[in-house]
Design a protein around this ligand. Structure first.
Ligand code: AMP
Ligand code: MG
Length: 694
């Protein structure tokens, strides 16, 4: 939607000098979730010039810009009409552009505010005077105002906790001066960029430049939590907000922008603070995230996995999801029960309810008229010594805490008899015995199962916040590859990995994006990676991952400075080429289909789960007797294609890693630990079914 986000932290004060300071003007830029270092501007004149040139450069580069400014774009209803005679918000902008006189060392904002006040009845609405001299019609105190007839706050400030009114021009936290000193700048930008610029929410945002009102304090929590010690908060917050907005999924940003076009204007994200916090607090993928510790020649599997677990952040955006369509999605926040389950004490069986306990021996109780059924509660009271007909799921009526099963009862129209004893509470469910209201029933990072949907529905949850499905680009590399079903020549083979990896990725709950095949040509591969990074969250490739002449994937990733060639102590496996391309992680699997699949299960499966917002998955294996004999050396882990027959683990006859048919023969893997071992038939081995990599 937008290629670039610019955030401007404005200031109503005078020149702040050459060295970066707080309360000056700071700008932050982010593209595709990656932020640049904030820029300091010592005064408004320099800042205006910089912003104007920046927007022109983005325009020339064909990039769409969302430019956020941290001051109100409008005033409370009625002000514009009183000042300019119309309700057009831009009339106020132009009025200020004409009347505000600004220079780095002095400006006329207090005098102007006094002159505006004089046009309105009573005293006010502006107040606060940062100057020593008194100004006609501008009270120093807000309480001195009366009868000016304007609302104190816009709807936005009423909703935003801690937001100041636009009328206050001086004093700690005041924002009124920023607005007066900011709107003329916006008015000039509007006139300079003409039809290429639109202002939210007054105009539709079709042009390439969009001006929006922002308020970093919406995400104050994350800003405070992430601000490095000694850093200037104004600088930090433009960086965080720019990155958060640029990291939002387009549909989430579209939702934030979808507000009524009132002349007051409003703050972007005001109704979507959780979404904004989420985007702001999401960890950033570092260029060196795949760099394994130096000096290790062969990395043990567990160490490689621990590295992925530690260094990969969730990268997918967040979206609300109707519960019915949420299975398979990863929860983006904890879910609490909205209601106890069961909500009231009720009957667990069909039978007769009474006040327990019942003593030993034959028991007789008089039946009351009526019955209690699920959804049709009995409104009366059941007196002591009486019983009532009750059906499974019916709320226990007053006077009832115990139910005797109908199979154990002789009943007439007026009485029942049964053999005691029966404990108090028998065959009854207590309110909240399953879930209590407010109890956390599912944690962030859980991949929702059909059973979770049942549980959440019982607890009254209609919508959940989930991570948007991870878009995984899938790419095969190699001159020799052709698509199955097409003509093939000497020296060529069919691309087995792409359909296999795409199906795996879908099975894991992600979206598979087909990036096709790349020949062994660096420029073509570069183009495909560019396209993949633009359309996917992560790229999964196979082939070309070693350090040979035709290993262009490694070579290209090396060019970004992010390449990590993982030599993992496992069989099957060749080096894995990990890296970051345009901010997107690239997982490069070996080309050999058996190695590609096993490495995908062992490494890509958990890595993608974490990037999709999930918990780190541990595939659950179990111990079974071996149906085979084998001796293995120390120092590397081995995964054998295996299946269970007659309660024992069989392995594929050949360990040859080119034998893709063995993958299809298998139902899972036998995992042999790093240490040396000799296995004889009947010895215990660990078997991991393919189904547990999900
Ligand atoms: P590479 O990692 O590119 O050196 O490839 C290792 C081996 O795997 C070579 O024999 C390739 O021909 C083969 N290979 C690579 N990619 C695929 C693929 N997508 N499908 C089938 N075989 C492949
Ligand atoms: Mg190759």
């Amino acid at each position: 939607m937008f290629d670039t986000v610019l955030i401007v932290d404005w200031s109503g004060g005078n020149d702040r000098g050459t060295s970066p300071k707080k309360d000056a003007i700071w700008t932050g830029i982010a593209r595709a979730g990656l932020a640049e270092d904030p820029v300091y501007h010592r005064n408004r004149q320099l800042a205006e010039d910089w912003i104007s040139r920046f927007l022109a450069a983005e325009q020339a580069a064909g990039r769409r810009v969302l430019a956020g400014f941290d001051f109100a774009f409008g005033y409370p209803a009625g002000f514009g009409r009183g000042l300019t005679g119309t309700d057009d918000p831009f009339a106020i902008w132009d009025w200020f552009a004409t009347h505000v006189h600004d220079s780095p060392s002095t400006n006329n904002r207090f005098d102007l505010a006094g002159q505006i006040n004089a046009r309105f009845p009573g005293i006010g609405p502006f107040w606060g005077n940062g100057l020593a001299r008194d100004i006609p019609d501008l009270p120093r105190k807000g309480l001195a105002r009366q009868g000016h007839g304007l609302p104190e706050k816009r709807a936005a400030e009423q909703q935003a906790k801690g937001a100041f009114a636009v009328w206050q021009l001086a004093g700690a936290g005041a924002v009124g001066s920023q607005v007066i000193m900011g709107l003329p700048v916006l008015a000039r930008l509007r006139h300079r960029f003409g039809a290429d610029l639109a202002v939210w929410p007054f105009q539709p945002l079709t042009p390439p430049i969009a001006l929006v009102e922002v308020w970093p304090s919406l995400i104050a929590k994350t800003i405070a939590a992430t601000c490095p010690p000694g850093a200037i908060k104004d600088a930090h917050q433009v960086r965080v907000l720019a990155r958060a907005l640029s990291a939002l999924a387009p549909e989430d940003l579209a939702r934030m922008l979808d507000v009524p076009a009132t002349a007051e204007g409003t703050i972007l994200g005001l109704d979507h603070v959780a979404l904004l916090e989420q985007a702001a607090s999401a960890p950033v993928l570092r260029n060196d995230c795949f760099a394994l510790p130096q000096g290790v020649h062969w990395t043990p599997v567990d160490q490689a996995l621990a590295h992925l677990r530690q260094h990969l952040p969730p990268v997918a955006g967040v979206q609300p999801q109707p519960l019915g369509a949420a299975a398979g999605h990863y929860l983006a926040q904890d879910v609490s029960a909205l209601r106890a389950h069961p909500p009231s004490p009720n009957a667990a069986v069909d039978g007769y309810g009474f006040a327990g306990p019942a003593g030993p021996g034959a028991q007789s109780l008089t039946l009351v008229q009526g019955r209690a059924a699920a959804g049709q509660p009995f409104a009366g009271v059941v007196p002591a010594g009486h019983a009532i007909r009750i059906l499974t799921g019916a709320n226990l009526p007053q006077g009832v805490d115990t139910v005797v099963m109908q199979e154990d009862v002789q009943a007439t129209d007026t009485a029942i008899t049964f053999q005691g004893p029966l404990k108090q509470g028998a065959n009854a469910r207590a309110a909240g015995e399953d879930m209590t209201a407010g109890q956390i029933i599912a944690r962030q990072g859980r991949r929702l199962t059909p059973a979770d949907l049942g549980m959440c529905a019982a607890a009254g949850i209609g919508d959940v916040r989930v991570y948007r499905p991870l878009r995984v680009g899938i790419l095969s590399t190699g001159d020799e590859l052709r698509d199955p079903g097409s003509a093939i020549a000497e020296g060529q083979i069919f691309d087995a990995n792409r359909p296999m990896l795409a199906a795996l990725v879908r099975q894991w709950g992600h979206e598979a994006v087909d990036l096709g095949r790349a020949p062994d040509d660096r420029n073509i591969l570069r183009g495909i990676l560019d396209q993949g990074a633009a359309t996917c969250d992560v790229i999964l490739t196979s082939g070309g991952a070693s350090a040979g002449d035709e290993d262009h994937m490694s070579a290209l990733l090396a060019g970004t400075g992010s390449l990590a060639l993982w030599r993992v102590a496992m069989k099957p496996g060749r080096p894995l080429a990990m890296g970051v391309w345009d901010g997107k992680p690239v997982l490069g699997l070996p080309g050999n289909p058996v190695a590609a699949m096993v490495c995908a299960l062992v490494f890509a499966h958990p890595a993608l789960a974490v990037m999709a917002g999930g918990d780190w998955p541990e595939p659950q294996g179990f111990t079974v007797p071996a149906a085979f004999a084998k001796t293995k050396k120390a120092g590397r882990r081995e995964y054998l294609r295996a299946r269970i027959r007659d309660g024992k683990a069989e392995v594929f006859a050949s360990e040859g890693s080119g034998r893709v048919s063995g993958l299809a023969w298998a139902d899972g893997l036998v995992m042999l630990p790093d240490a040396a071992m000799t296995i004889s038939p009947g010895d215990p081995v660990t078997y991991i079914p393919f189904d547990s990599f999900r």
